[in-house]
Design a protein around this ligand. Structure first.
Ligand SMILES: Cc1cc2nc3c(=O)[nH]c(=O)nc-3n(C[C@H](O)[C@H](O)[C@H](O)COP(=O)(O)OP(=O)(O)OC[C@H]3O[C@@H](n4cnc5c(N)ncnc54)[C@H](O)[C@@H]3O)c2cc1C
Length: 520
């Protein structure tokens, strides 16, 4: 991939900065319209917010309650498209709202029926009221004192970092170039007009000057840093808002259905959703002043989730029950008026065109990444006078697409790549060696991640090619030496690399241990 940058005369149609949901969506849109496309990510794909979501592909029941119908409508359409284009990574998920007040059952049934109707042809199931017994059956681990009944509705669940890696591969398959560990350090300007970027390759430190007809800034909570490369005094356009998740054993929820609390004591939404062999509980919404690649949960956020979960779960979860804590920053588009709390800011996306022609996208959510890509490339093409081409991504299959997915296979989310993994294990029985029984990781996955998925570090594999770090931090630390050894053999690195990788991973993993986030 890097070789494509070596000829300084090359001029790209579109250069996208940022390899999260927004940047990958933009690059996929550009390349499938036939534009010569390059995406640069400073760390790994989905290192930022895009690996730290609640893993829901949803219309957003909460936004419906806020009366934001157009946002919900758009997200529901995109939910249906994503499910159709990446069935190996997106699945239907039923949610149950338990009701402890009599009026709550009809109230939510009516609201959620409207939600179903908005999804139209792309709907996935009808919402239904549940009796007290029905709720107990759906959520066997819930508190039943004063329980009146409930409502079941449907949304989808996905694997965020796996989708990001699969999108990067899709872009490449359509002729685009995607590079991780390549940081944009400056913009090239001519007469005030942006004509390219300067980028630094993070492994060996080489710098590249890259010409582009248009540059898209899709750097999440870092968009203001890029905007300031053009105008050091540019007004901040992003308001970061932090959300954390606690990951616990499945026994806290039991069964396959998710719990949804539409209004917690302080007016937020809380989800407890089965994910792989764990349950993800979250999230919070706390305004932050600083952007960070590795944000940390605050003690108060952890306490809030544990206390709220305790109110609804029969068994009280404690800090000892938490297998991992992961934290993300929402790149919310700052509203023009002051004083809005982050939970009140719209989750819609905003596109901004600077004086010099930098196209910035902010806000939005994973669910709408495709539509965000479509909108931002419309704006980019118009600004750079690229040949207008209609979007084709609505029906574009994402790498790994497979019509029939056997979800009982713990590796089903590789989709069509599963055949290649099986080929690896067929050719060399050593590839079937079990690295983690708990997390269903075999040696072939690590080799595959290096050869085919651009994994460069132990963290890339444990945090994003597999989800070990988010599922079970202790288990990820236990298997880290095996991962490092296998990767070093594949990449041709020595014992020094292994030692430094293990030090770096141990330092990172501290952020995911619940006890390390206390007093913070
Ligand atoms: C707690 C939480 C829960 C969420 N849950 C959901 C959910 O369930 N469903 C849903 O649809 N959405 C959800 N979202 C929203 C969704 O995750 C985000 O909207 C989305 O991931 C943002 O993607 P992004 O690409 O804009 O930002 P990011 O993923 O942060 O990507 C930006 C990238 O730019 C890179 N970058 C920065 N500077 C440079 C540079 N100079 N050079 C090169 N690269 C650079 C960064 O390294 C980063 O990888 C959630 C968000 C949070 C915080």
């Amino acid at each position: 991939m890097i070789r494509h940058l070596e000829d300084p005369a090359t001029r790209w149609d579109v250069v996208v900065i940022g390899g999260g949901a927004s940047g990958l969506g933009a690059a996929l849109e550009a390349v499938t319209r036939g534009y010569r496309t390059l995406l640069l990510e400073q760390h790994d794909f989905a290192k930022g917010t895009s690996s730290r979501s609640t893993k829901l592909v949803h219309g957003g029941v909460r936004y419906l309650a806020q009366g934001n119908i157009s946002l919900v409508l758009e997200a529901l359409k995109e939910r249906g498209r994503l499910k159709r284009n990446a069935p190996h990574l997106v699945k239907d998920q039923s949610f149950v709202i338990p009701c402890y007040l009599w009026w709550c059952v009809p109230f939510y049934t009516i609201g959620l029926t409207l939600y179903d109707l908005l999804a139209g042809r792309l709907g996935i199931g009808r919402s239904v009221p549940l009796s007290r017994k029905g709720v107990q059956k759906a959520l066997p681990a819930i508190k039943t004192e004063k329980l009146k009944g409930g409502v079941r509705y449907f949304d989808c669940q996905f694997d965020d970092a796996r989708l990001a890696v699969n999108l990067a591969r899709t872009i490449h398959e359509h002729g685009g170039v995607v590079i991780n560990y390549m940081q944009v350090t400056g913009l090239m300007l001519n007469d005030g007009r942006i004509i390219g970027v300067v980028a630094k390759e993070m492994e060996q430190g080489r710098s590249f000057s890259i010409k582009a007809r248009v540059v898209v800034n899709a750097t999440g909570v870092f968009v203001d840093d890029i905007l300031k490369m053009e105008h050091p005094t540019a007004r901040d356009v992003v308001r970061p808002s932090q959300g954390i998740h606690l990951v616990m054993e499945r026994s806290f929820l039991k069964g396959e259905e998710a719990l949804m609390i539409p209004r917690t004591s302080d007016g937020r939404v809380l989800f407890a959703v089965p994910w792989h062999n764990r349950v993800v509980v979250g999230t919070t919404d706390v305004e932050k002043q600083e952007a960070a690649l590795e944000p940390r949960a605050a003690e108060a956020e952890i306490a809030y989730i544990l206390e709220t979960a305790e109110r609804y779960l029969a068994r009280k979860p404690t800090l000892d029950d938490v297998r991992s804590v992961f934290t993300g920053l929402r790149p919310l588009a700052a509203p023009s008026g002051e004083g809005k709390k982050t939970k009140e800011i719209s989750r819609g996306h905003k596109i901004l065109v600077s004086e010099g022609g930098l196209i910035t996208i902010t806000g939005g959510k994973w669910t709408t990444y495709r539509k965000m890509g479509e909108d931002v490339i419309d704006a980019a093409a118009s600004r750079a006078a690229l040949t207008p081409v209609k979007s084709v991504t609505r029906h574009l299959k994402i790498h790994g697409y497979r019509e029939k997915v056997d979800r009982s296979d713990p590796l089903h989310w590789y989709g069509s790549d599963l055949d290649q993994l099986e080929k690896l294990t067929g050719e060399d029985p050593g590839m079937s060696a079990v690295i983690s029984e708990k997390l269903h990781i075999i040696k072939a996955q690590i080799v595959w991640a290096v050869r085919e998925e651009m994994a460069r570090t132990v963290e890339d594999f444990l945090a994003r090619r597999s989800r070990a770090l988010q599922l079970d931090v202790a288990e990820s630390l236990r298997i880290a030496p095996d991962i490092a050894r296998i990767m070093a053999t594949e990449l041709g690195y020595d014992d020094g690399w292994i030692a430094s990788q293990l030090d770096a991973f141990a330092a990172l993993a501290r952020n995911y241990k619940p006890e390390m986030n206390m007093n913070h």
